[in-house]
Design a binder for this molecule. Structure first.
Ligand code: SF4
Ligand code: SF4
Length: 93
């Protein structure tokens, strides 16, 4: 049981470290009113595979793993992804 507790606290401290490293960095931000849900950004263009696209839904980005390479911004023909400073709340989700 103690082992399990240590493991989850390590996971939590890793998450906090990640937030500290990434806070104030720019990340992709989806502008929903411009996104037509074409799914182009979800087609293996992300080098770390953090864009999840489910047909008919908006793409989702796992910002904790995102490296801010902005390939997703380049691929979107509708300018629906823009770089934006991440808020602490969005990194915690
Ligand atoms: S490529 Fe652009 S328009 Fe297409 S799903 Fe992604 S963000 Fe939306
Ligand atoms: S910025 Fe790069 S790493 Fe982040 S979601 Fe877009 S393609 Fe993936």
């Amino acid at each position: 049981m103690g082992k399990k507790k240590r493991k989850s606290s390590k996971k939590f401290s890793n998450k906090i470290q990640n937030i500290k490293n990434n806070y104030k960095k720019q990340f992709p931000h989806l502008v929903r009113r411009l996104c037509i849900k074409c799914g182009e950004c979800g087609r293996n263009i992300c080098p770390v595979g953090v864009i999840e696209f489910i047909p008919t839904k908006y793409p989702r980005f796992d910002l904790l793993k995102c490296t801010s390479c902005f390939k997703c911004i380049e691929i979107c023909q509708y300018d629906a992804i823009i770089p934006k400073e991440a808020r602490l709340k969005s990194l915690l989700m």
